[in-house]
Design a protein around this ligand. Structure first.
Ligand SMILES: Cc1ncc(COP(=O)(O)O)c(C=O)c1O
Length: 400
């Protein structure tokens, strides 16, 4: 087996698709030490700078002393502790829903929610073609039929729903798309769900903490609080911790507790992570200007990149893609940027469609304008070194 795996790894390398983990020393700040060198971190989801915030770190440490390092069991056995309940109540309040249910991670939340809502009674899932892999896997595991609609194309979604009229249907979408930084047409999706009697699940992994009033997310920004059946959010991105939640009605929450397999058959989130998320919510409430700073920084980076000739596609959020096309070009550009002190990870298939490999830049509220200006310059040089001419736009040579 090992020889076969080695041959397949060699093949990945030849295709420019080989992956390896890079090791960061110290906490996730706006700058990190990578392979012994200080670099600007431009690919972390620690958007608000809360993962390394002193209050959040202290809360995690205190929780370890008070409740221990781990929850010890699944939520349904003995793993639900007072601190889990407290965070669920706080998240329901934050999201304007009756209830919230904690999961181990966003990946697990999507598996659990989609399976619980669509996996029974001849269900149908309608999924945006650019949804995150955890939604794709949720659809695969749900044992429901999945129909994929064109990215943000509500007309296409409507046609698919009409073709399957009468079947219990669940529409699922990212709110802020994880690799593109554009936002789903949430109001139209709510209308489509209502018109067809379908449920709507919105994954706010990159929306919560980053947009909307007080960072309450893209659903809140669109004035749709209470109109989405399930909002999934993660604790591991803007909230700087680890874990996730589904915010929903009290009845849906009870259904998830009874039917979401990734909740039932997996250990509850560890108390330090839960306490860190609670502290992060406190900081967010006390300092809502972090959300504005994040948005302003994203605007500033887009402006600087435009000066370098880059097209940042439809990004309107803190996620700013530089689509270069070939996987090997994206890797070369990533390495060239690192040489100039900027860490911006290359994202390649299967994470993104073939021919759309990119550097996915992620802005933080804690970056300075000078850092972002310098980063755009470094990326301009890196593009040239990698053989990509930004002013010419994405050089897509493979069919998507
Ligand atoms: C849109 C989206 N949903 C879910 C997840 C998974 O969340 P987690 O990292 O908490 O497992 C991610 C992670 O990148 C994501 O981008």
């Amino acid at each position: 087996m090992t020889a076969d795996l080695q041959a397949r790894l060699d093949e990945l390398r030849e295709l420019g698709l080989y992956r390896r983990t890079r090791v960061v020393s110290g906490p996730q700040g706006p700058r990190v030490v990578l392979d012994g060198r200080s670099v600007l971190l431009l690919c972390s989801n620690n958007y608000l700078g809360l993962a390394d915030h002193p209050r959040v770190r202290e809360a995690a440490a205190d929780a370890a002393m008070r409740w221990g390092a781990g929850a010890g069991a699944s939520r349904l056995v003995s793993g639900t502790m007072t601190i889990h309940r407290r965070l669920e109540e706080r998240l329901a309040d934050f999201k304007g829903t009756e209830a919230a249910v904690l999961f181990g991670s966003g990946y697990l939340a999507n598996l659990g929610v989609i399976g619980a809502l669509a996996g029974e009674r001849d269900g149908l899932v309608l999924s945006d073609e650019l949804n995150h892999a955890s939604i794709v896997d949720g659809c695969r595991l749900a044992r429901a039929q999945t129909a994929v609609y064109r990215h943000n194309d509500v007309e296409h979604l409507g046609a698919l729903l009409r073709a399957e009229a009468g079947r219990p249907a669940v529409i699922v979408t990212d709110s802020v798309f994880s690799m593109d930084g554009d936002v789903a047409p949430l109001a139209e999706l709510v209308d489509a769900a209502r018109a067809h009697g379908a449920a709507l699940v919105v994954d706010e992994a990159h929306g919560s903490g980053c947009c909307g009033p007080g960072g309450r997310g893209a659903v809140a920004e669109a004035g749709l609080e209470g109109q989405v059946d399930v909002v999934v959010g993660t604790l591991g991105k803007a909230l700087g911790s680890y874990g996730a939640y589904a915010a929903c009605s009290a009845t849906t929450a009870r259904w998830l507790v009874n039917r979401a397999r990734s909740l039932i058959f997996s250990t509850a989130p560890p108390p330090p992570a839960v306490a860190a998320a609670l502290a992060a919510l406190d900081v967010l409430e006390a300092e809502p200007e972090r959300v504005r700073r994040l948005r302003d920084n994203a605007d500033a980076l887009r402006t600087e990149l435009a000066r370098e000739g880059f097209d940042t596609a439809g990004s309107t959020t803190q996620i700013v893609p530089l689509v270069v096309g070939e996987a090997s070009t994206a890797m070369a550009m990533c390495e060239a940027a690192l040489e100039r002190g900027v860490f911006a990870q290359a994202i390649r298939p299967p994470t993104v469609p073939a021919g759309t490999s990119r550097l996915r830049l992620a802005v933080m509220a804690t970056h300075t304008r000078d850092e972002l200006r310098a980063a755009a310059g470094a990326l301009g040089h890196a593009a040239l070194k990698a053989g990509f001419r930004p002013a010419a736009g994405p050089q897509v040579t493979q069919a998507a």
